[in-house]
Write a protein that binds this ligand. Structure first.
Ligand SMILES: NC(=O)c1ccc[n+]([C@@H]2O[C@H](COP(=O)([O-])OP(=O)(O)OC[C@H]3O[C@@H](n4cnc5c(N)ncnc54)[C@H](OP(=O)(O)O)[C@@H]3O)[C@@H](O)[C@H]2O)c1
Length: 273
């Protein structure tokens, strides 16, 4: 059987890096993309991982990385749109650049990658996009995360709607919905909207900052369970369009789907009073 190739964005840390290593160990070819390949020291140890420079906001770089990966491995079978970052804080206090960056990386990023990959998938007669979303793509869960929430809701809409135009081309779409997990740089990399001159949000800001910085390990999922969910889709073991990973997320999304929205909003808000 032909060796399969997976193309992953954001492999410098966290889920992207773990996924790259997992597929390398499964014997796949791995096109591991990242903004700063010159800093990478772990993925370079694997013969079947090739590293390509790719910032998801840079269409030319994506185009080069896709062409170089196809030249190196012959074709791409699965793409994981993993690169992403969070932003937290009151919308009123967000810098214009933070709003743009949140949209550029989490929404325009997957759009850019999908558009550059599609000619190759069409030429190859098919392929699969696995988009890394979040519990926050399916529901809201806390105050001061409106921009991040918006970006993942957008990714959900994009992915679901693309089904109708790609299905007939044998191009499959999947969404992975996870929550906080161990061993990534997500909170350190997040952009924070803080402005001490406006005090109206201080109490909420303090609560959210404390909550995010002090999440105990038992509130965080094992990242391997997320990698396993990605692998189940890529290998064809599962054909589930959305995979929700983590018990807390399943409970939260279950609640969202089982009560009127007014009751859900009040329940979540009451956790932060
Ligand atoms: N950890 C969580 O709490 C959580 C929960 C739900 C969903 N997620 C989602 O899971 C995915 C992976 O996040 P993670 O938890 O593994 O966090 P992470 O360790 O911060 O990884 C994020 C990756 O995205 C990359 N990235 C950021 N901006 C980029 C850009 N413009 N172009 C290309 N790559 C870029 C980062 O690269 P650099 O090193 O260059 O910055 C890094 O490799 C994200 O889509 C995130 O939204 C995370």
């Amino acid at each position: 059987m032909d060796k399969k190739t997976i193309f992953i964005t954001g492999t410098s840390s966290g889920l992207g890096k773990l996924t790259a290593i997992h597929f390398a160990k499964l014997g796949w070819n791995v096109a591991a993309t990242m903004r700063t390949p010159e800093k990478e020291t772990e993925l370079t140890a694997y013969d079947n991982i090739k590293i390509f420079k790719l910032d998801v906001t840079n269409v030319e770089q994506i185009n080069s990385a896709v062409n170089d990966a196809v030249a190196a491995f012959g074709k791409i079978d699965v793409v994981v749109n993993n690169a992403g970052l969070g932003s937290y804080g009151p919308l009123e206090l967000a810098e214009e650049s933070t709003i743009d960056w949140q949209l550029s990386v989490n929404v325009r990023g997957p759009i850019n990658v999908i558009r550059q990959i599609l000619p190759h998938f069409r030429a190859a007669g098919g392929g699969m996009f696995i988009n890394i979303s979040s519990h926050m793509g399916l529901t809201t869960a806390m105050p001061l995360a409106s921009l991040y929430n918006m970006s993942k809701f957008a990714l959900e809409g994009l992915t679901e709607a693309l089904y109708y135009e790609l299905n007939e081309l044998n191009i499959e779409l999947r969404l992975i919905e996870q929550g906080g997990s161990k061993g990534n740089n997500f909170i350190d990399n997040a952009l924070w909207n803080k402005n001490k001159k406006i005090t109206a949000y201080n109490e909420l800001e303090n609560k959210i900052t404390y909550m995010l910085e002090n999440a105990s390990d038992d509130q965080l999922d094992d990242p391997q369970t997320i990698v396993d969910a990605i692998a189940a889709q890529a290998t064809g073991e599962s054909k589930q369009f959305r995979t929700i990973v983590g018990e807390s997320g399943k409970a939260l999304i279950g609640l969202r789907n089982s009560v009127p929205i007014e009751q859900y909003l009040e329940t979540i808000a009451s956790n932060f009073k």
